[in-house]
Design a binder for this molecule. Structure first.
Ligand SMILES: [Zn+2]
Length: 264
């Protein structure tokens, strides 16, 4: 089994579940994946203390640029002695990495866009496990940010992860996934099930955002109505890209245009 440790940030919420998972990979030195939110100095201290027991910090790596994962990147990199910060697109990164690139001696990036257009997962070199960030969580599903092709890219990314045949997934939130294949199948099936329900609702004449949500996301609790709405737009984009979206679907509200690509 890979030499990986978890330090969980105390930032629980409906979106972050029990908090952000910060992963420490390897030792002498270790590499820190997703250092956590900016506003929790005690978490930064805990990460640096755990890293100290593993021979210090070799570098900081981000699965994506959302604040609950990237906010503490500079603090941990500085606390680690000015080590590099590796990310696909985050503005504070000191080096840019993409699909297939190494991140330290033990990790290799796999692009899985969807939740964020810049999202990377990281395979352990052993091939036994994969750090999945917010592409696959330990519980529940993730919201998909509707950039062009986001949902198609996400489904393709999940299939690529499945083809790697990892035993375990180490997610950005929630517990370790001990059956990677079953979880990936569940995630792919979940997205296709939402699409099927959405197509049914459109076929039955629903055109308003509220009616489509009520039909296809009837199980989403009120506190997840906003991320469900964002994901609905990603599904509508996919149907439009495939020429399957009927006319007359309600326009996206102004708040959504302003939210842009920084949804979280
Ligand atoms: Zn995120």
């Amino acid at each position: 089994m890979d030499d990986v440790a978890l330090v969980r940030a105390d930032n629980p919420s409906p979106l972050t579940l029990t908090g952000t998972n910060t992963w420490l990979v390897g030792r002498d030195p270790c590499w820190v994946v997703d250092p956590g939110p900016a506003d929790l100095p005690e978490h930064v201290e805990a990460v640096l203390a755990a890293a100290g027991e593993r021979g210090g910090v070799g570098g900081v790596v981000l699965t994506h640029g959302h604040g609950d994962h990237a906010g503490a990147a500079r603090a941990v990199a500085e606390g680690g002695g000015g080590v590099p910060i590796l990310a696909a697109a985050w503005e504070g990164a000191t080096a840019r990495i993409g699909d297939g690139d190494a991140a330290g001696p033990m990790l290799e990036a796999i692009a899985v866009p969807g939740h964020a257009s810049d999202h990377l997962c990281f395979a352990l070199r052993s091939g036994e496990a994969c750090l999945t960030g917010d592409a696959v969580l330990g519980a529940g599903s993730v919201f998909i940010a509707p950039d062009p092709g986001a949902l198609r890219g996400y489904l393709d990314g999940l299939e690529r992860l499945r083809a790697c045949r990892f035993a375990r997934l180490l997610p950005g939130h929630g517990p370790v996934v001990e059956d990677a294949d079953a979880k990936l199948e569940e995630y792919i099936g979940h997205r296709l099930d939402r699409e099927r329900r959405l197509v049914e609702a459109l076929g039955a004449g629903a055109r308003s955002i509220d009616a489509l949500l009520d039909a296809a996301w009837s199980d989403a609790p009120p506190e997840l109505r906003l991320p469900a709405t964002v994901t609905l737009f990603a599904h509508l984009d996919k149907l439009a890209e495939e020429g399957r979206l009927p006319d007359g679907v309600e326009e996206r509200p102004e708040w959504f245009a302003q939210l842009g690509r920084h949804a979280h």
